[in-house]
Design a protein. Structure first.
Length: 212
């Protein structure tokens, strides 16, 4: 999701700030002593619980207040219809980009992922395998597969994601701001996404608004 007021980083001459949903829990922990929403979110994190939908929404909107002078790209938010509706009440969404990748391709890539727990290095058996199966290239220590990357867990995650995302896509489709790109390889999809964004994102000398 992108809201553009001054430009887009790496697209034309513009600049863009990225806000990823994956970074919000870490931000919440760091700001727990500063903001009320940070304290609330950290309480769930400390208990090992998922941050509730409404709290994630408040976290995202709080962070976006710090980016009002920039164009921005939202990655992984909104994921649910209530989040999308809340975002719409706060900001005008100009463009929504949906990358449509077949279920089986995603499943194969996720289940082929192994990590070195100490460093966080990620390997993929298909695309970026270690030199020795099951062993980290740099340390010689064993690799592990995260619980949420195991086949049975991946299937559940993808089904849950599909159930959550479908209403969001339908919502933005009705608003006329959804653009879908289908494919399985980044280097083949990106040129089309890039060309599309160049038609949406203004140059630095302009003022405008864009959102995917």
């Amino acid at each position: 999701f992108i809201s553009v007021e001054t430009g887009f980083h790496h697209v034309g001459q513009a600049s863009l700030e990225l806000l990823s949903s994956g970074d919000l829990p870490a931000w919440a922990s760091q700001s727990a002593g500063v903001t009320e929403i940070g304290v609330l979110a950290k309480a769930f994190i400390d208990q090992g619980k998922l941050i509730p939908d409404d709290v994630m929404t408040r976290l995202a909107l709080h962070e976006l207040k710090n980016l009002t002078q920039y164009s921005w790209l939202l990655d992984g938010f909104p994921r649910t219809l209530p989040q999308a509706e809340a975002l719409d009440r706060a900001y005008q969404i100009d463009t929504v980009i949906n990358l449509n990748v077949p279920f089986e391709v995603i499943k194969q890539r996720l289940t082929a992922r192994w990590i070195h727990p100490t460093s966080g290095r990620v390997y993929n058996i298909e695309f970026n395998p270690p030199k020795t199966v099951g062993i980290d290239d740099l340390t010689g220590e064993p690799l592990i597969q995260r619980e949420d990357d195991k086949p049975e867990t991946v299937i559940k995650r993808l089904k849950a994601y599909e159930d959550q995302t479908k209403p969001v896509l339908e919502y933005y489709q009705k608003k006329g701001v959804l653009e879908t790109f289908s494919g399985t390889e980044t280097n083949k999809i990106w040129p089309y996404v890039y060309a599309f964004l160049q038609t949406k994102v203004p140059q630095r000398s302009q003022k405008a608004s864009v959102t995917p």
